[in-house]
Ligand binder design. Structure first.
Ligand code: GLA
Length: 391
């Protein structure tokens, strides 16, 4: 090789070095995103004061220490476009502007998220991003936004995959790492293309309602949504997650046992844990659900494997999630209104029967002992027992 060729190669490798460093950085949403979003509790009633208070409460309540990171304003922060087509926040509700609010959230050691829509209007009929994708993305980056939830109302004949690829490209072009939350409700099967277009999470269903199980045709309670996750496990992994919608824990429509079940199931599903309750005013039992370290550790396990249903026998179900250390997190779910004995064999977890394995009850934070071949326990009505099985 000539001397000049050697010099050229050295120069090229020096130029490539920063790119390699960037490539080695932790991917966005390496574990399921954890945070809080305004929609489930507050709907359009959002304001700068309330969001600031929520950021304060996230720190003060210990939720930040438990791993919650994003504070996301959902629909209704925006009112119109100015003559240059820049998106305009509601000046009455956000008098200091969005940048000041993002800075406030950052000053609390948290990250800041915002909401828009791929169509002409959002679901609450505020201006959508259609035709303004690059302009909006630049605006978000200038405001120091870390997370964008991008909805699918008023999209007419738009192609979902193309629309989400477009906004991802626009976000990337800003140079700021921004988590992209695809909110397309599962209609165009985003689990098939969400990762390809650079989505970090994608809704798999319509909106959750604060109910154990909804009986009405178009309403989805927690269990209705759970049922729709079955079979989607293989599409989730570090950086790209199935999103069965935000948490209703603490919003009042379910019992404490039912909320514990909701949180346990979302944890084994490796679902984003986006709280949707009023963090300023949490009952102790709700706080204890949302901040349970051992259950959150299941959700945030670095292997990023989504749990699956391994057994269904009428109202009795067993869901199991593979953990990086080889153990399994297991949720025994009783959907019935009476107590049930629910059990599982090592075999359905993928372990040989003769193994001795320790079983730990995660909600009671208690070792239950060493077991061989199988484990079973009584589960209260509309409730779960969640254990970790370690051979
Ligand atoms: C849709 C989404 C919800 C919420 C509302 C806001 O219904 O699925 O999560 O963002 O719009 O209008």
């Amino acid at each position: 090789m000539s001397a000049s060729a050697k010099i050229l190669i050295t120069m090229l490798s020096l130029l490539a070095a920063p790119a390699l460093l960037v490539a080695q950085e932790k991917p966005l949403a390496a574990t399921p995103p954890m945070g809080w979003n305004s929609w489930n509790k507050f709907g359009c009633n959002v304001s700068e004061d309330m969001i600031q208070q929520m950021a304060d409460a996230m720190v003060k309540s210990g939720m930040k220490d438990a791993g919650y990171q994003y504070i996301v304003i959902d629909d209704c922060w925006q009112v119109e476009r100015d003559p240059s087509a820049n998106i305009v926040p509601d000046a009455k509700r956000f008098p200091s502007g969005i940048k000041a609010l993002a800075d406030y959230v950052h000053s609390r050691g948290l990250k800041f998220g915002i909401y828009s829509d791929a169509g002409s209007m959002t679901c609450a009929k505020r201006p959508g991003s259609l035709g303004h994708e690059y302009q909006d993305a630049l605006q978000y980056a200038a405001w120091n936004v870390d997370y964008l939830k991008y909805d699918w109302c008023n999209t007419s004949t738009q192609d979902a995959q193309a629309a989400y690829a477009l906004i991802r490209n626009a976000l990337n072009a800003t140079g700021r790492p921004i988590v992209l939350s695809i909110c397309e409700w599962g209609t165009a099967k985003p689990w098939l293309w969400g990762k390809t277009v650079g989505g970090n999470l994608w809704r798999t269903t319509g909106d959750i309602t604060d109910k154990w199980e909804a009986k009405e045709k178009y309403s989805l309670g927690m269990l209705n949504i759970l049922d729709l996750q079955n079979g989607l496990e293989s599409y989730a992994g570090p950086g790209h997650w199935n999103d069965p919608d935000m948490l209703e824990v603490g919003n009042g429509g379910m019992t404490t046992d039912e909320y514990r079940a909701h949180f346990s199931l979302w944890s084994v599903l490796a679902a984003p844990l986006i709280a949707g309750n009023d963090l300023r005013d949490m009952k102790p039992e709700i706080h204890d659900i949302l901040t349970n370290k051992e259950v959150i550790a299941v959700n945030q396990d670095p292997l990023g494997s989504e749990g699956r249903r391994v057994l269904k026998d009428g109202d009795q179900e067993v869901w199991s999630k593979q953990m990086q250390d080889g153990s399994r997190a297991v949720v025994l779910l009783n959907r019935a209104v009476t107590e049930k004995e629910i059990g599982f064999s090592w075999e359905i977890l993928g372990y040989p029967s003769h193994l001795n394995a320790g079983v730990r009850d995660l909600w009671r934070a208690k070792e239950l002992g060493q077991f061989k071949e199988k484990f079973s326990t009584a589960v209260a009505p509309h409730s779960v027992v969640m254990v970790r099985v370690t051979p």
